[in-house]
Ligand binder design. Structure first.
Ligand SMILES: Cc1cc2nc3c(=O)[nH]c(=O)nc-3n(C[C@H](O)[C@H](O)[C@H](O)COP(=O)(O)OP(=O)(O)OC[C@H]3O[C@@H](n4cnc5c(N)ncnc54)[C@H](O)[C@@H]3O)c2cc1C
Length: 313
């Protein structure tokens, strides 16, 4: 099921047609407050008032032409220029291919450089998402260049399912990085990625502990980007024996997924963040959310029926 859904995420024929279907549009609302930034701000206001950090991402990836990247960068700048703001500055999370990585890596770097400077002025952070494995080297290079350009306020996502990630983390640690550790959302072959859940979880835990110790010593920002609260608690228990407090272990979750669990972890002392996605280009992103939990497909199909409750976890 996961493989089929991830194939559907990449299929351009389906990408054209499925988002037009009413039941698909209704189902995506579970994970996305709306397509425009006003909806994203509306969803953020309540969460921010409860003390959570907010990350915004405008959905989009693999652009057809470079001018689209200029528009994306302008959109993010305008977002930071807003006068009506939240109790705490939101952070931005962007996909490098949304800023033209696979068309012109230099242009992508210039956009990221500009956004890093602008987020720093606003006193907040810019995060680089990690996409499919063919983009990992280029994304690490971008991150290193941004840090070399004296942007301390930039973070990067690393994927625990990739067998290369322990080496990548070791490469980044001297930079005192901000790392969002996730399990990984793409369909990667077993030659380069763990595909079984116990293996991915074990890899995640080992990486998280290295990152947690660096965070304890003020040498990293450690963000656990997962909804797996059992895993988070296990990591916190191991980390505690290495004198890492919960306050050094940020938990980042996606809007619409396990919100109550995030609030519980926040009350238990973990700094909590919700990543809110919005935008018109949601199809591949939404298909990856379905692939993470095939039960979500049933939820989507139930939207074919009239007047369904939006039953959240
Ligand atoms: C803040 C954040 C940023 C991310 N950024 C990236 C990125 O840049 N690159 C990347 O490859 N991946 C990214 N991901 C996705 C990540 O790689 C996983 O695919 C995703 O988080 C699902 O794995 P999990 O860690 O939640 O654990 P799982 O073991 O998959 O899930 C744990 C539990 O969480 C709940 N859950 C998880 N996913 C869903 C869902 N879709 N719908 C409903 N319930 C669900 C279920 O109850 C499940 O039992 C990000 C995830 C988060 C939270």
């Amino acid at each position: 099921m996961r493989t089929i859904l991830l194939w559907m995420a990449r299929n351009s024929w389906l990408r054209e047609r499925l988002p037009r279907l009413g039941f698909v549009r209704r189902a995506v609302r579970r994970f996305m407050p709306g397509e425009d930034r006003e909806s994203a701000f509306g969803a953020a206001a309540g969460l921010a008032a409860s003390g959570q950090g907010i990350l915004f991402t405008r959905l989009g990836e693999n652009l057809a032409a470079l001018p689209e990247a200029d528009e994306v960068a302008a959109h993010y700048r305008a977002l930071l220029d807003r006068e009506v703001w939240l109790p705490r500055e939101p952070e931005l999370s962007v996909k490098p291919t949304q800023l033209g990585l696979d068309i012109d890596a230099e242009a992508c770097f210039r956009h990221l450089d500009g956004l890093a400077a602008r987020t720093a002025e606003a006193g907040t952070w810019l995060w680089l998402d990690m996409e499919g494995s063919t983009y990992v080297d280029a994304t690490l290079d971008l991150y290193e260049r941004l840090r070399a350009a004296a942007h301390a306020n930039v973070g990067i996502c690393l994927q625990a399912y990739l067998k290369r990630t322990p080496k990548d983390l070791r490469r980044l640690l001297p930079l005192e990085p901000a790392v969002r550790l996730v399990k990984g959302a793409y369909d990667e072959p077993s030659a380069i990625a763990y595909r079984r859940r116990p293996e991915v979880d074990a890899a995640y835990q080992a990486l998280a502990l290295v990152l947690a110790e660096a965070a304890r010593d003020g040498r990293a920002r450690c963000a656990l980007g997962t909804h797996d609260s059992g895993l988070i608690e296990r990591i916190a228990a191991f980390a505690e024996s290495a004198d890492v407090s919960r306050g050094s272990l940020e938990v980042h979750m996606l809007y619409g997924i396990r919100a109550r669990e995030l609030a519980r972890l926040q009350a238990a002392g973990f700094p909590a963040f919700t990543l809110i996605a919005y935008g018109a280009f949601w199809y591949p992103w939404y298909m990856r959310r379905l692939a993470e939990r095939p039960a979500n497909v049933l939820f989507a199909l139930r939207q074919l029926l009239p007047q369904q409750d939006d039953a959240r976890e």
